[in-house]
Design a protein around this ligand. Structure first.
Ligand code: GDP
Ligand code: IMO
Ligand code: MG
Length: 424
């Protein structure tokens, strides 16, 4: 059995949560492999809406096993909140969720360090979600982190105290002397709460399930352009959001990867700072934001909006080894007279189709192709046979430019508003 991966090809918020939920019935297991509560994955069905942060989007279907892998960073307080809210809606996670012993813990001091680092950067700040993601992965890589499995060891208190003291000294050197007694107590209680979950050697579990013939869907967080190696560095997150991240974030060997679903919006958005070549600062950008409700699921921040960027998408498809594309939020463009797609960048007067070393500090002029809009409400459509011809042309154009088939098209936020295309 192979492991399929679904991941974002842009700057996050492509609609991963929605599609993972839709695809879950095809799988036995859904697993998160990186990121943490910086993610906000929205699911809508039967008139209800849920936003998941650390918990995989496979929990609402038929009792599939859901795994939080070693590559994820977990904030016990936020995890507890998320789990208790789900329990109040009748979903008992303990029956379906398993968490890796090797997942690193986000401490209250990591969040303070995140804020202090952003403050120190001033105008050059990343615009992080403020969830302590960067400092937690920094501790992991510098071999100072605390893992969930450490909370099961007899010297847990000493380990925690040493890490906390180290962070407090760093904060003091940055001129910050926060009072953390209350939040620390709340955090330690939440760690106790976490202990009541099934905490496992998830790499063994994942490989055992595979050997038993079970199928696994890996759910990416963020997007390829936020990858720490290949994204718009330094305006990125601190994990590998690409397909390879599923290997290191779950203990899956590269030769076990099967289908790679690359998901993108029919346009493009970004939250936080950093370069965005096709960003629209005009009324068209505002219209996309309003029609697409482009406000962050975690922070409520306005998302920056622009036209689809095929230079960046081709790059993401290459890095991720995408085998199938999923186009989201097509309905948001339903009323547009015309639609633009960036097919190349012009840098210093020279046209390039390659994603450059850095987008930052470089004057990039997008080269656009203009396509006619379809001017048709697609939100109630049930099959691709109903698609207006201009929309079919848009799909054909994208498939040709991206050299990859678009197999799923989303025409609204609800589970039901998902069209599976026939493979040619
Ligand atoms: P994720 O982080 O990739 O899971 O995406 P988010 O949940 O942060 O953002 C996607 C937003 O778009 C959510 O509010 C979804 O409910 C919504 N959404 C998903 N698919 C569609 C779609 O096809 N059309 C519209 N209009 N909204 C969608
Ligand atoms: P999902 O999974 C969109 C962005 C932040 C910031 C940068 C670094 O919902 O698609 P971090 O807190 O990770 O250190 O922030 O990354 N960012 C996201 N943008 N969707 C996300 O997740 C994001 N997670 C982080 O806005 O620019
Ligand atoms: Mg999101």
């Amino acid at each position: 059995m192979k492991v399929d991966v679904l991941l974002g090809l842009q700057w996050g918020d492509e609609g991963k949560g929605k599609v993972v939920d839709v695809l879950t019935p095809r799988y036995d297991v859904v697993a998160r492999f990186q990121g943490g509560p910086n993610a906000g994955h929205t699911l809508e069905f039967e008139g209800k809406k849920y936003v998941l942060r650390s918990i995989p989007s496979g929990i609402f279907q038929d009792g599939q096993t859901n795994i939080i892998g070693n590559g994820v960073v977990l904030d016990p307080i936020l995890f507890r909140q998320e789990a208790e809210e789900l329990l109040a809606s009748g979903i008992d996670l303990r029956k379906v969720l398993k968490i890796s012993k090797k997942a690193h813990l986000i401490m209250p001091t990591h969040r303070l360090l995140d804020a202090a680092s952003e403050k120190a950067k001033g105008g050059a700040k990343i615009g992080t979600t403020g969830k302590g993601i960067g400092p937690t992965y920094t501790d992991k890589i510098s071999r100072n982190g605390l893992r969930l499995g450490d909370a099961l060891l007899p010297d847990w208190n000493d380990r925690y105290t040493a890490a906390r003291n180290r962070h407090m000294a760093t904060l003091a050197s940055m001129g910050e002397t926060p009072e953390i007694t209350d939040i620390e107590r709340q955090w330690l209680e939440a760690v106790e709460y976490l202990r009541s979950y099934e905490i496992v050697d998830s790499e063994h579990l994942v490989n055992k399930l595979l050997a038993e013939g079970k199928s696994i869907l890996c759910e990416g967080a963020q997007g390829t352009l936020l990858d720490v190696d290949f994204g718009s560095y330094p305006f990125v997150t601190s994990s590998n959001t690409i397909t390879a991240g599923a290997c290191s974030g779950l203990g899956v060997a590269p030769n076990k990867i099967g289908e790679v679903f690359g998901i993108f919006k029919a346009y493009c958005t970004r939250v936080g700072s950093g370069p965005f070549p096709t960003e629209l600062h005009d009324e068209t950008g505002a219209l996309i934001r309003n029609l697409g409700h482009e406000y962050g699921a975690v922070t409520g921040r306005e998302r920056r909006c622009g036209w689809i960027d095929l230079v960046a998408l081709r790059y993401a498809i290459m890095i991720d080894g995408v085998t199938q594309l999923i186009m989201m939020k097509s309905d948001v463009l339903d009323s547009f007279d015309e639609i633009k797609a960036c097919v190349a960048y012009r840098i210093n007067g020279v046209e390039t189709h390659d994603f450059p070393f850095s987008l930052d500090g470089v004057e990039i002029e997008p080269v656009y192709v203009t396509l006619p809009g379809w001017k048709t409400d697609m939100t109630a459509m049930k099959s691709e046979d109903e698609f207006p011809p201009q929309f079919v042309d848009y799909i054909n154009f994208l498939e040709k430019e991206l050299a990859t088939p678009i197999t799923i098209v989303s025409i609204g936020p609800d589970r039901e508003q998902t069209i599976m295309r026939k493979r040619k």
